[in-house]
Write a protein that binds this ligand. Structure first.
Ligand SMILES: Nc1ncnc2c1ncn2[C@@H]1O[C@H](COP(=O)(O)OP(=O)(O)O)[C@@H](O)[C@H]1O
Ligand SMILES: [Mg+2]
Length: 450
């Protein structure tokens, strides 16, 4: 008996220690079983207390009256599926007549503490079916990306969402994006994660880092072109526009629309071209964009040239496989002409902690007022936490894993042989102390590896 007591005390102590120090491990050892049991046992009473039940239908009442049986209780939504995950539980519920997805969303805070979970979110899957995602602990406190990630070309798993799912930066769905945030809020770490995620893919990376190149130049071995001052940036962007025009010529030449070409094979962007002809896609990363757009002079021709090139790339780049990833502290009309036009083209929006509402509005003002509020509420000590949204109005709290510059440098060096040589951008190729990477012709794509 004493041995049994000692064993129980040890297990409880171990569980307590894990829960305190390593919530992710606690969840996977004890939490998931205990919570599943708790949810199943308390389900009906919690749903009733949260106002998510409906009274029995008329025909049931008529039936019990006819057969003289006790009046049936109110019924909660039916559980279609309960799936434990690495970070929590996912419940799929079939709503009863008269309920809607908004009822569940409105009750999510009540559900959260009734089931003793850390977070509860819900979304409608299809008419009458709602998915409730619950997390067992604060997954953003110490971000651990799952080992198994869905890798597709041009889709980078860049951060973890609050509900435990992975946040992807999918360039083919959202070609251009804007990342805002106060200084020291985690923009550069986010961008570094993107570079680390893109490094193993078949893509050319181009960097414009006017903060003297401190963020991107250490990663130079994986970059096909880099600029660290506005003068070089202007020339680099012009060269990119020239390349984009060249790619359009190539697409035109390949279209050859005749009556017997099926509709699905008419090329309108680089992804419709055959593999051996497809130009390599390009991601242009711009850190501290205000350095490009600010100018001491009024009507500075260089500044206007830069903004014009960026606007053209944002408007036409997608089909030519040129994607923009712009980072800055603020990005509003005070930076001058053309900025709001450029911003309207940057579909993906991410806001790290901001110091004022106007900055948050620059990211989400034209998209979702809730997201503006959420961005202002990010606490200063949680660096790297951000709100990610897109122009559909949906948004999530995300946090990228803390990739150090050293880790990113190692990843970039490991994949340095994938760095393509773009002839148009050859003058901007960063000078490297080591051996140059093998040149890859414009249209050749290297064999894909995950
Ligand atoms: N996702 C993150 N997780 C943990 N710490 C982070 C994260 N992002 C940023 N930090 C911390 O914040 C510091 C500043 O981040 P940085 O990206 O350089 O900010 P910014 O570029 O916005 O000025 C980093 O040195 C790091 O210590
Ligand atoms: Mg920075």
């Amino acid at each position: 008996m004493t041995w049994f007591t000692v064993a129980v005390v040890l297990v409880v102590a171990a569980a307590g220690l894990l829960r305190w120090r390593r919530p992710a491990w606690y969840w996977m050892t004890f939490g998931v079983t205990l919570t599943t049991l708790r949810v199943l046992v308390r389900y009906t009473s919690v749903m009733e207390a949260c106002g998510l039940t409906v009274p029995p239908s008329r025909w049931r009442l008529a039936l019990v009256r006819a057969t003289n049986r006790p009046v049936p209780e109110s019924r909660p939504p039916r559980i279609l599926r309960l799936r434990p995950t690495r970070t929590g539980l996912v419940l799929r519920l079939k709503l009863r007549p008269g309920q809607d997805a908004f009822d569940v969303a409105a009750a999510s805070d009540r559900l959260r503490h009734s089931f003793s979970m850390y977070g509860v979110t819900s979304r409608e899957l299809r008419s009458g079916v709602v998915e409730v995602r619950m997390t067992g602990y604060d997954v953003l406190k110490r971000v651990q990306m799952p080992a198994r990630l869905d890798t597709r070309p041009m889709r980078v798993p860049v951060a973890l969402r609050e509900d435990g799912s992975v946040h992807y930066r999918d360039y083919r769905v959202i070609p251009h994006a804007l990342t805002l945030g106060a200084t020291e809020s985690g923009k550069s770490v986010y961008q570094r994660n993107l570079v680390a995620g893109l490094a193993p893919m078949d893509v050319a990376l181009i960097g414009i880092d006017c903060k003297q190149g401190v963020e991107l130049f250490p990663l130079a071995r994986r970059f096909s072109a880099l600029a660290d001052n506005p003068e070089t940036a202007a020339e680099l962007l012009d060269a990119l526009v020239t390349r984009m025009e060249g790619v359009y010529q190539l697409i035109r030449a390949e279209q050859r629309i005749t009556a017997d070409v099926p509709d699905s094979e008419i090329a309108a962007d680089i992804w419709a071209l055959p593999d051996d002809l497809r130009p390599i896609p390009i991601v242009v990363l711009v850190d501290e964009v205000a350095e490009l757009a600010l100018s001491t002079k009024k009507n500075d021709p260089r500044r206007d040239r830069i903004i014009r090139a960026l606007v053209r790339l944002a408007q036409l780049g997608r089909a030519a496989g040129i994607y923009l990833e712009v980072c800055g502290q603020r990005f509003g009309s005070e930076l001058g002409d053309g900025i709001t036009m450029l911003r309207a083209q940057l579909t993906g929006r991410t806001a790290h902690r901001v110091n004022d509402e106007t900055s948050a509005k620059m990211a989400f003002g034209d998209i979702s007022p809730d997201a503006v509020l959420a961005a202002i509420q990010i606490p200063a000590e949680l660096r790297g936490v951000a709100i990610a949204g897109d122009s559909t109005g949906g948004w999530h709290r995300i946090r990228a894993p803390h990739t150090s510059l050293r880790q990113a440098v190692n990843i970039c060096n490991r994949h340095a042989d994938r760095t393509p040589d773009l002839p148009e951008l050859a003058p901007f190729r960063p000078a490297l102390p080591g051996a140059p990477a093998a040149p890859v012709p414009l249209s050749k794509t290297a064999p894909a590896t995950a």
